[in-house]
Design a protein around this ligand. Structure first.
Ligand code: AQP
Length: 329
C-alpha cells in the first residue's frame, strides 16, 4: 500500500481555506493509503508563539483532524515534536540544502518581510524540516493546498539529491492538489491567500467560529461594485472566491451557481454562502466538541506517537547510515 503524509501547523485555528485546500480530502483519501496526519508544532515556532496558546491549539488541531473524519483505527495521528526523528532528519536535510534555494521560497520572503523583531534562522530552514517530515515515512503522496507546491518541489529535489549523493533510499513524493479550492482567498483582501495567522480576524472564517460570526464575516467580505454574480478571478476576485467556496462545499459547478443567482443582489448571495458554510461547520463543530471533551484524545495521540516513532526511527537510521554518521547499526 502506498503512503500518504500531511501536516498542519497549530499556528492558529484552521480556516475554511485549510479545510477546503487540505482537510476535507483526508477523510476519503485515508483508506487508499497508509496514512500519517501530523500536527507540525515545530513549524509553528518558526514565528513567535504564546506557549499556552500553542498547547491549546495543538490539542484543538488534534480534535479538528478527528472531527473531519480521520479514522485512527486505520490512520496515524501524532504531534511532530513528540517524534524526535523529525528534528534529527531535519538537520540532515539542512546539511544538503543550499541557502540560495531556501531564500527563493515565497513563504520565506512573505513571512520574513512581516517579522519586526528579527527573522529566525528556522524560518529559512523550515522547508528542509518539512522535507524530513515527509521523507521519513517513505511518502508517495502529499495532499496540500497550492501555497505548499513550491515546498513540495524542493522536497523532491532534496530527496533526489540525497539519493544520488548517498544511497537510493528516499521515496520521491508526489503533490496532490484538490481539483477546486487549492487557493482560497482572504475575505478582506481577495487577491491574497486566506491564512489562519492573519492579524485581521475578518479576513478568514475559522472552523470553530460560531454561526453568527461566520455570517458577519461573510457578509462583510469585500466584493466589487458591478453587482453581477459572475466568475472572473482577475477582475472580480472577491465574488469568484465566494463562488469557489460554495462550489466546493456544495459539490456544485461554478456555472450552475452563477445560473441560480442570475439577477440576485450580492447581499442575498452572501447570505446563501454563509448558510452553506454554517451547514457544513455545525455538525463538524459538534464532533469537535465531543473529542475535545473526551479522554480518548490523549490515548489517540499516545498511540499515534508510538506508531510514528517506530516508522520514522527506522528511516532515520537508514539515512544516518547512508551519510556515515555514528557507528554502523
Ligand atoms: N488559502 C488557502 N487555500 C487552500 N489551501 C490552503 N492551505 C493553506 N492556506 C490555504 C493548505 O492548508 C494546509 C495546512 O496549512 P499549514 O498549516 O501547513 O500552513 P500554511 O500553508 O502556511 O497555511 P496558513 O493558514 O496560511 O497558516 P499560517 O498563517 O500559519 O502560515 C496546507 O496543505 C496548505 O496548503
Amino acid at each position: 500500500m502506498k503512503t500518504l503524509f500531511s501536516g498542519i501547523q497549530p499556528s492558529g485555528v484552521p480556516t475554511i481555506a485549510n479545510y477546503i485546500g487540505a482537510i476535507k480530502q483526508f477523510q476519503t483519501m485515508q483508506y487508499d493509503y497508509e496514512s500519517y496526519f501530523c500536527i507540525v508544532d515545530q513549524h509553528a515556532i518558526t514565528v513567535p508563539q504564546d506557549r499556552l496558546k500553542l498547547r491549546e491549539r495543538t490539542r484543538q488541531l488534534a480534535a479538528i483532524y478527528l472531527a473531519s473524519g480521520i479514522d485512527t483505527t486505520h490512520s496515524t495521528l501524532f504531534i511532530q515534536s513528540e517524534v524526535p526523528a523529525h528534528a534529527q532528519a531535519g538537520w540532515l536535510m539542512q546539511c544538503i540544502s543550499y541557502i540560495g534555494e531556501l531564500e527563493r521560497m515565497t513563504q520565506f520572503k512573505d513571512k520574513s518581510s512581516k517579522q519586526q523583531d528579527g527573522i529566525s534562522a528556522a524560518l529559512l530552514t523550515y522547508p528542509p524540516l518539512m522535507a524530513a517530515d515527509i521523507l521519513l515515512y517513505g511518502t508517495d503522496i502529499v495532499p496540500v493546498g497550492d501555497d505548499q507546491k513550491q515546498h513540495l518541489e524542493l522536497t523532491r529535489n532534496l530527496a533526489e539529491r540525497f539519493n544520488s549523493k548517498y544511497n537510493d533510499i528516499l521515496t520521491i513524493p508526489e503533490v496532490k492538489l484538490p481539483e477546486y479550492g487549492a487557493r482560497i482567498k482572504s475575505l478582506q483582501e481577495p487577491t491574497k491567500k486566506m491564512s489562519k495567522s492573519d492579524s485581521n480576524q475578518k479576513s478568514f472564517v475559522s472552523l470553530l467560529d460560531p454561526p453568527k460570526q461566520i455570517e458577519k464575516k461573510i457578509k462583510s467580505a469585500v466584493t466589487d461594485s458591478e453587482g453581477i454574480i459572475r466568475y472572473d478571478k482577475e477582475n472580480k476576485p472577491g465574488v469568484s472566491n465566494l463562488l469557489d467556496i460554495v462550489s466546493v462545499l456544495k459539490d456544485a459547478t461554478v456555472e450552475s451557481i452563477e445560473k441560480d443567482f442570475e439577477g440576485v443582489q450580492y447581499g442575498e448571495f452572501k447570505s446563501f454562502v454563509a448558510e452553506v458554510v454554517v451547514d457544513e461547520l455545525t455538525p463538524f463543530q459538534e464532533r469537535y466538541e465531543h473529542y475535545m471533551n473526551s479522554e480518548e484524545l490523549d490515548h489517540i495521540l499516545d498511540k499515534g506517537r508510538d506508531q510514528a516513532n517506530m516508522k520514522a526511527q527506522k528511516m532515520l537510521t537508514k539515512m544516518e547510515n547512508a551519510m556515515g554518521l555514528g557507528r554502523k547499526r
